[in-house]
Design a protein around this ligand. Structure first.
Ligand code: GLU
Length: 518
């Protein structure tokens, strides 16, 4: 039988990193096995329903490049793919009636007050809390019939068999045992007629012929309910795969502190989707060797369930930055510039940076000014539209150094502005030195006469000035030149950047720096 997996998010808000990991595993597993990947929207909890959420999922998954074979946006032979529509189609009422007929489910007419009282009683008496049968599990059918006739509201609960050990087989953890006497009878159909997750997901997994259920570890606690539903219906079970939780480098559950949790924020921060997929796939899964940098094709070729681990997967943002930098260096500069331009044009980029508030500034660094990041990116884009070859050369020099697409705005800025911003400390440190006036005049004279400025020629100028003035090392010549041309003390190789700037830009910058010395 061919592999069929499903990603089944509840549309309650944004698409987070944990969900991305699940759907990525689904996708890699389906692709590896030549199977199908299905998108199912689990929208039966109307109190938590968020109308924008489905679009967020579809947009995010389109950005990451995860494709589906069936789903609400493309249809398919097992539709509808939204549970609210499946409910309207009568699918769940059909199967719940069947479960009642089989004696595995029952109606319970308890009022909220009665349920509260039950809970209080259990708490006071230190008993396990939850519904273990109440007045309705074993009620005479005539009592239920009378309650229905009175029009009393009710839910439908699963009749969990008592005095049994249910052994759930999990592909990662092996056999996990549960004592059924600790399992309350869960609600399968709510008072509003909507199915709960437990019921709808399992009925759909069966009807959609799902072969492997990949989901978060948080579902292991309720997995015996699901295991038993398959038994009660007499259906073959899918393989259950509970993926390990994701924790930060401090071992705590992943939260905002460890980096963004919304996937589209990573797009907006300038992470490349291939690097992000590479990074996410390695949280809780390993290819079985020590490979770290993997393309999507390599991930698909290597992905199997054996590589999944039971212990928590670590989310280390530094590793993502490293992988992203690696990815940037792998691209041709042409491809990289196109990727940067596409990134600047994406609507989420502007929205993110214009609203960005730096809650975790890096130590000893000014907090990131979001709108400024955005303005720099726009400058780069506009310049690329009028002088692509110049921007391409600037990007080529910075390509070796930066970690994210957003970083190019700042890194390339000095190439793109007519008047560079002088770093005060750099000016203070270098422009006070005696030889600097002479140095800048020397350079100005040479570049004013030049038509071009090859890397070798630029180097020869610096070396010549150093030897003429008795400097054994190039530092005292290189650093003030760099400050005069870029405003900063750090950046790409001086001779290379001089070459890219060319004589006329260098001339203007040297004149401005000289004016500052007076
Ligand atoms: N709707 C569930 C959720 O969003 C899906 C869990 C599952 O994959 O079975 O958590």
């Amino acid at each position: 039988m061919s592999v069929r997996v499903r990603f089944a998010p509840s549309p309650t808000g944004l698409l987070h990193v944990g969900a991305l990991r699940t759907v990525l595993f689904d996708y890699l597993f389906a692709q590896h096995n030549g199977g199908q990947n299905i998108l199912r929207i689990e929208d039966t909890d109307r109190t938590r329903y968020n109308a924008d959420s489905e679009k967020e999922f579809v947009d995010t998954l389109a950005w990451v490049g995860i494709e589906f074979d069936e789903g609400p946006h493309i249809g398919g032979p097992h539709g509808p793919y939204r549970q609210s529509e499946r409910k309207e189609a009568g699918i769940y009422s059909h199967w719940i009636e069947r479960l009642i007929e089989l004696g595995h489910a029952y109606m319970a007419f308890d009022t909220p007050e009665e349920l509260n009282e039950m809970r209080e009683y259990q708490q006071i008496n230190k008993m396990p809390t939850g519904y273990f049968g109440g007045d309705w599990r074993d009620a005479d059918p005539s009592k239920a019939a009378a309650a229905i006739a009175e029009g009393k509201p009710y839910v439908i609960r699963q009749r969990i068999p008592r005095d049994r050990t249910v052994v759930v087989e999990d592909a990662i953890r092996g056999r996990v045992e549960f004592d059924t006497n600790t399992l309350p009878d869960p609600v399968l159909i709510k008072g509003d007629g909507m199915p709960t997750y437990h019921f709808a997901a399992m009925v759909d997994d069966h009807l959609m012929e799902i072969t492997h259920v990949l989901r978060g570890e948080e579902w292991i606690a309720t997995s015996p309910i699901h295991w038993l539903l398959f038994e009660m219906f007499g259906w073959d079970r899918p393989v259950f795969v509970h993926c390990p939780v994701i924790v930060g480098t401090d071992g705590k559950k992943l939260s905002k502190r460890h980096g963004a949790t919304r996937v589209l924020d990573y797009a907006a921060q300038g992470y490349d989707k291939e690097a992000l997929k590479n990074f996410i796939a390695l949280i809780g899964w390993s290819p079985g060797d020590d490979r770290e940098v993997m393309s999507q094709q390599e991930l698909i070729a290597a992905f199997d369930l054996k590589g999944l681990q039971a212990s928590p997967g670590r989310f280390d943002i530094e590793k993502l930055r490293w992988l992203n930098g690696h990815r940037i260096r792998q691209m041709s500069t042409e491809e990289l510039l196109d990727t940067i331009l596409e990134y600047v044009k994406a609507p989420y980029t502007m929205e993110y940076w214009m609203n960005f508030v730096d809650e975790n500034p890096m130590p000893n660094k000014k907090p990131t000014d979001g709108p400024e990041v955005w303005r720099r990116l726009v400058r780069l884009k506009e310049k690329a539209e009028t002088n692509r070859s110049y921007v391409l050369e600037a990007v080529r020099l910075e390509q070796e150094r930066v970690q994210t697409l957003a970083d190019f705005g700042e890194a390339c800025e000095f190439f793109l502005v007519d008047e560079v911003f002088f770093d005060e400390k750099a000016v203070e440190k270098w422009f006070g030195q005696e030889h600097v006036g002479k140095l800048l005049r020397f350079l100005l004279e040479r570049v004013s006469e030049a038509q071009t400025a090859s890397v070798e020629w630029c180097e020869s100028l610096i070396r010549q000035f150093a030897s003429d003035h008795g400097f054994d090392k190039l530092g005292p010549v290189v650093h003030p030149t760099r400050v005069a041309l870029t405003g900063k003390t750090v950046g790409p190789g001086l001779f290379e950047l001089m070459n890219v700037l060319g004589p006329s830009r260098m001339k203007a910058r040297l004149e401005r720096a000289l004016a500052m010395l007076k």
